[in-house]
Design a protein around this ligand. Structure first.
Ligand code: Z5A
Length: 214
């Protein structure tokens, strides 16, 4: 038969510092994909519902202490736990919109600036996990982030640290990475997101296989 197998789903990742608007944009993108009648799911990392996720949640809420190295590996494990499900979903044609991925793990850990945690060391545990088709990096200025309300009480939620995190994100830019100015209104940012995602969806037939993180 000449019938073609349906294209696999797209693997779309949102990244950025605290309050860049990822969650807001993920929700808007989901509405856009649903309106196009596409099968899509919204995921987020850390997935706080799994065993590793519960420990991560306790760490972020400052309820438990852990070494920086240990929590780094735990964040990576939290992604490895979802690897097979992620591959199965994409193969079945479901597009995944993912709020944070390995780039966050690498940026937040390497931003700690420890001798024992070089960028290479931080990258290693996520290597060979599926790589996304598109990384939308929401670039927010310190002023705009500040105007979006005070920091919460979780770990990492200070302006100095977020600035270091932004630098470590910049060092990870690659071919599938698109930086979007995220200072404007949610609808204006959404228009930029939509254009990038629609472009990626049309090229998907050329990406029948999924590369891995290097
Ligand atoms: N972390 C890590 O260390 N290692 C890892 O491997 C991973 C993560 C995966 C928890 O992540 C922490 O884990 C995080 C990184 C670390 N630490 N920090 N910081 P999380 O994703 O669960 O939590 P979060 O980063 O704090 O996400 P968030 O609170 O969901 O923020 P957001 O998604 O970027 O923003 P938002 O909720 O869409 O918007 C924030 C506010 O701004 C909200 O009031 C909106 O209504 C408003 N907003 C949004 N967009 C706009 C625009 N365009 N204009 C004006 N106002 C806006």
């Amino acid at each position: 038969s000449t019938e073609q197998t349906p294209p696999r789903g797209a693997f779309i990742v949102f990244e950025g510092v605290d309050r860049c608007g990822k969650t807001t944009q993920c929700n808007k993108l989901m509405e856009h994909l649903k309106a196009k009648d596409l099968s899509a799911e919204l995921w987020r990392f850390p997935d706080r519902s799994t065993e590793s996720g519960k420990r991560i949640n306790a760490y972020l809420a400052k309820e438990v202490e852990m070494s920086d190295e240990e929590v780094h590996l735990l964040f990576a494990q939290n992604r490895w736990e979802k690897r097979q499900t992620l591959l199965d979903k994409l193969a079945a044609g479901t597009t995944l919109v993912v709020d944070r991925y390995a780039y966050s793990g690498i940026a937040y850990s390497s931003a700690k600036g420890k001798d024992t945690m070089s960028l290479e060391w931080c990258k290693a545990p996520d290597q060979t996990l599926p790589a996304p088709d598109l990384v939308l990096y929401l670039e927010v200025s310190a002023e705009a982030a500040k105007a979006r309300g005070g920091f919460g009480g979780e770990r990492y939620e200070t302006a100095d640290f977020q600035e270091k995190v932004a630098e470590m994100f910049e060092q990870q830019k690659n071919a599938v990475w698109v930086s979007l100015d995220a200072d404007d209104s949610p609808d204006e940012v959404h228009d930029r997101v939509k254009a990038e995602v629609d472009r990626t969806l049309t090229t998907l037939k050329d990406f029948t296989w999924l590369p891995v993180l290097r």
